[in-house]
Design a protein around this ligand. Structure first.
Ligand code: NOJ
Length: 578
């Protein structure tokens, strides 16, 4: 017989957890406790968040209008993508002046007002630092390319053409490779990303000092942290060995994370991180756990945290992913950092398609619970959780079947590569439409008014037509909405340090549908149950333990039948247990 129980349940709970080792007395406590470990981060893509002046681009004044909204989410940190002077070849990841703001976003006074507004609300601000490369329009590069004798020549990497063509090297955005010929000085320059993003030469101490000065400039304005873009590529083997064919995807292993990176980071720590009391997170964590530890272990005094991409590649096609792989990735990384070091975790950002399309179920019946389930997961794991704007209301991908609609430099590069390789272009477009990062850059859906309330003008990017049903206004007052679930989850995380610092233990790894784990810390214990399936699923929990209470459950009830607990499709439950 089935019982439908709400709060204060008793049921049978399993002990067949992996790993089985008994918890140590100080279980889960890794290094010291700090605000950036306890933080809950919200990522704002500034051109798509809120436009205050009708030019179609989001701006700082728009963010100012929405500060109360951001505070209402219960987040404690904001990371904003680049807003510096830039020709915008890669939407601002090509910086022409690191101390100037692109006029589309406003003025330095607007920036300061926005920063103060976040601080008044107890929200820390993380700046995007893009210093593996600059824009080709940066004054440094303009000087560098002007002649081989220019004092800025060795701010970048050059290969003189009289030596012949440089050895092939992979570029993320350019199918022709990472060297670009420049006739002005008859030489090739290196660009790991687009040709408009030449790589800075970190071997040059002057370049490093320039970067530290830029970071100090922003630290003095009051920013609290830095996100180091593409930083694993800053150190290179400048003997330029041939890229081994077939290993293009192992680009970090072959050409990133050289030993001198750690010297640079130690220097950066001494110059900026320690004196200003800020923190830094690396985009990318190398290719091994050892690499990752070498970046973030506190006693090494380099970076404070990093995020890896292991789970990103598993959801690159509409065919979905295996829950077993998903569990394994998170469990492996958690155990590698169980005693030491700290990671940031995310499931979506501006470089991937939308959260619900990749890891959840965007169909009308399941969009809401599957998004709620994913937020429950992210906000109950160890590691600082990063949530991307719009995912808190379950925004979805946008349909863009034609390459002509794409503005993204990455998408265009991939298309050129597909053309050159004579790939099946229909299939290529089907996949691009699903996984392109254009999907996650559409304007924020505030309400059902003109352009979803994002702008009074023409938006730089098409607003998703589904804003009529998916928007902040509709969800704000609805207790059952994704938005209010997200707020409930941030509250639970803020109020329960066990979800921040607690030891993670996976339960029943082999369960095909349910991801179950516990978090334990200083006598507190929480059980997290997540049904990743679009059908009901049950789990048998063999050992007796009592729920003190259910802290999260967005379904009206929870079904138990003896030792068996049943979850509705995409139901997630968090309970305090003994
Ligand atoms: C990583 C950023 O997240 C991405 O958006 C950008 O295109 C590359 N780095 C190059 O800066």
């Amino acid at each position: 017989m089935k019982n439908h129980l709400g709060y204060f349940l008793f049921l049978l709970l399993i002990t067949s957890c992996t790993p089985p080792a008994p918890p140590p007395a100080d279980e889960g406590a890794t290094d010291e406790q700090t605000w950036w470990k306890e933080g809950i981060l919200y990522q704002i893509y500034p051109q798509s968040f809120k436009d205050s002046d009708g030019d179609g681009f989001g701006d700082f004044r728009g963010v100012l209008e929405k500060l109360d909204y951001v505070e209402s989410l219960g987040v404690t940190m904001v990371w904003m993508n680049p807003f510096f002077a830039s020709p915008l070849v890669d939407n601002g990841y090509d910086v022409a002046d690191y101390r100037a703001i692109h006029p589309r976003y406003g003025t330095m006074a607007d920036f300061q007002a926005m920063l103060d507004g976040f601080h008044e609300r107890g929200i820390k601000f993380v700046l995007d630092v893009v210093v593996n490369h600059s824009s080709d329009q940066h004054a440094w590069f303009q000087a560098s390319r002007s002649s081989r004798a220019n004092p800025y020549r060795d701010y970048y990497h050059w290969w003189p053409a009289e030596k012949g063509e440089p050895p092939y090297r992979f570029s993320f955005f350019d199918p022709e490779g990472a060297w670009e010929y420049d006739s002005l000085s008859n030489a090739y320059y290196l660009h790991t990303f687009a040709a408009a993003q030449p790589d800075l030469n970190w071997e040059n101490p002057k370049v490093r000092q320039e970067v530290y000065d830029i970071m100090k400039f922003w630290a003095e304005k009051g920013v609290d942290g830095f996100r180091m873009d593409a930083f694993q590529y800053a150190s290179k083997d400048t003997t330029w060995p041939e890229f081994p064919e077939g290993h293009e995807r192992e680009v970090i292993k072959w050409y990133g994370m050289r030993p001198q990176l750690h010297d640079y980071l130690k220097e950066l720590y001494r110059e900026v991180i320690a004196p200003y009391g800020v923190f830094a997170v690396a985009e990318g964590a190398g290719s091994t756990f050892q690499d990752a530890h070498d970046l973030v272990d506190a006693d090494r005094q380099e970076l404070q945290t990093a995020y890896h991409f292991d789970y990103v590649s598993m959801a690159k096609t509409p065919d979905g992913y295996a829950l077993a792989d998903f569990k394994d990735v998170f469990t492996r990384w958690d155990s590698a950092f169980a005693e030491k070091g700290w990671l940031a975790i995310f499931l979506s950002n501006h470089d991937n398609s939308r959260l619900v399309n990749r890891y959840g179920n965007p169909s009308p019946a399941f969009r809401i619970p599957s998004t709620q389930m994913l937020h429950t997961f992210l906000l109950s794991m160890r590691g600082t959780p990063y949530t991307y704007y719009g995912d808190e209301i379950g925004m979805t991908n946008i349909d863009m079947p034609n390459i002509e609609e794409y503005v993204d430099v990455a998408a265009k590069g991939e298309y050129r590569a597909a053309l050159a390789a004579e790939e099946d272009l229909d299939e290529f477009m089907r996949l691009l439409n699903y996984r392109s990062r254009e999907n996650s850059r559409t304007p924020m859906q505030w309400d059902t008014t003109y352009q979803a309330g994002f702008t009074t003008g023409d938006p730089w990017k098409k607003v998703n037509a589904n804003h009529q049903s998916i928007n902040v206004a509709a969800q704000d007052q609805d207790p059952a909405s994704i938005l209010n679930h997200f707020r409930a989850m941030t509250k639970v995380r803020r109020e329960n340090p066990v979800l921040v610092y607690g030891r993670y233990e996976l339960i029943q790894r082999e369960h095909p549908d349910i991801y179950a784990f516990t978090r334990s810390w200083e006598g507190d214990k929480m059980l997290v149950l997540l049904n990743f399936s679009d059908a009901p699923a049950s789990i048998e929990l063999n050992a007796m333990a009592g729920f003190e209470n259910i802290v999260i459950n967005y379904y009206p009830s929870l079904q138990t039948d003896g030792p068996r607990l049943s979850l509705e499709p995409y139901q997630a439950v968090i309970c305090k247990i003994e």
